[in-house]
Design a binder for this molecule. Structure first.
Ligand code: ADP
Ligand code: MG
Length: 325
């Protein structure tokens, strides 16, 4: 099967809201009046962002999910995406599963595949998403103010715990219940982007980011852009029952610095706490208050007694020396 048959078979669907989709030199979209476009790109490389053993369907899901998570962090509504796929050979079984996982998530978020590029090379997937947000209402990293509460959605740390088991850094037996590994593996392979929550937080949150590289690392981006500091209460971080059963030190480290969580980390003035809770309710996603924004730059992490925990907990940096990871 050649490149064009492959595209026609796996990645061409009837256009819906797009004016023109796959098959021409460009896709055409008509922006909704009064809206700004929100655009974001993420690449997934084999061995770096996913294990070679991952099911194709999960990979298809995840490569769109991590991009939708960026739209969620801006409070944007997904519209369309493009897919640049590099793969060593045409493998129909792989492509079938991959397209199924990808397009099922796209369907759920009404986000159309409108174009892309297909090349031979090492397995790598780049998705570019396009969303829309009413003019001036996008959630940004720069809006946090001293006194704001610090909130996070869902739970943190499971995806990294699964990775540590895959890497044989944590024995599966230490996870407890028989199905515990399956549960954390699901968090790693099938993240659910918090799109509805991001939209519900427009006009409520003062700043937002999605947690992809670890809570503290991503919090650092908000603090830097906002010119503020923060205090994080490590033992308030929401975690699954599997993580809750882990020793304190491991639980804190995975929650604070694990990464691959795709939850929303956001700030809001204390007076908006009820509005935050109703946004969470409307999006059917739990949210937890985990700390406070402070005027003094820098970030403090404290335990349940308020004692400082001052390990360095690096965020994930692809170009950091190996020894830092
Ligand atoms: P061009 O020569 O203009 O780069 P291509 O031959 O690469 O166009 O692609 C032909 C059409 O198929 C274009 O509309 C492109 O957007 C689309 N396309 C290519 N690869 C993919 C893919 N993986 N998923 C969706 N659409 C794709
Ligand atoms: Mg091309």
């Amino acid at each position: 099967m050649g490149e064009f048959d492959l595209i026609a078979r796996h990645f061409t669907r009837p256009v819906r809201r797009a004016v023109l989709g796959v098959g021409d030199d460009c896709a055409l979209l008509a922006p909704t009046p009064g809206h700004q476009l929100a655009v974001s790109t993420d690449t997934l490389n084999e061995g770096r962002h996913f294990l070679s053993t991952v099911a194709p369907e999960a990979l298809g899901h995840k490569c769109l999910a991590v991009n939708l998570s960026d739209l969620a962090a801006c409070g944007a509504t997904p519209r369309a995406f493009t897919l640049a796929l590099s793969m060593p050979r045409v493998d129909d079984v792989f492509l079938d599963g991959f397209a199924r996982g990808l397009l099922a998530l796209a369907e759920r978020h009404d986000c159309e595949l409108v174009g892309g590029d297909t090349t031979a090379g090492p397995l790598a997937i780049t998705v570019t998403v396009i969303g829309e947000v009413p003019v001036g209402q996008a959630l940004l990293r720069s809006g946090a103010r001293p006194g704001d509460d610090l909130w996070v959605s869902g739970t943190l740390g499971d995806a990294r715990l699964a990775l540590e088991v895959f890497r044989a850094q944590v024995p599966a037996a230490e996870l407890g219940a028989a199905d515990a590994f399956d549960r954390v593996r699901r968090a790693m392979e099938w993240p659910e982007p918090r799109v509805a929550l991001g939209q519900a937080l427009r006009g409520v949150a003062s700043a937002a980011i999605d947690v992809s590289d670890g809570l503290l690392g991503d919090l650092g981006h908000v603090l830097a852009r906002s010119g503020v500091g923060a205090c994080v209460e490590a033992d308030r971080l929401p975690c699954s029952a599997v993580l809750a059963a882990q020793p304190d030190e491991r639980r804190r480290e995975l929650g604070l610095a694990g990464g691959d969580d795709y939850e929303l980390l956001f700030t809001a003035p204390p007076a908006r706490a009820e509005a935050v809770r109703s946004a969470a309710l409307s999006a059917a996603v739990p949210v937890t208050r985990i700390g406070r924004i402070e005027g003094l730059p820098g970030r403090r992490v404290v335990d349940r007694e308020g004692r400082a925990l001052d390990r360095p907990w690096p965020g994930f940096d692809h170009f950091a020396p190996e020894s830092d990871r």
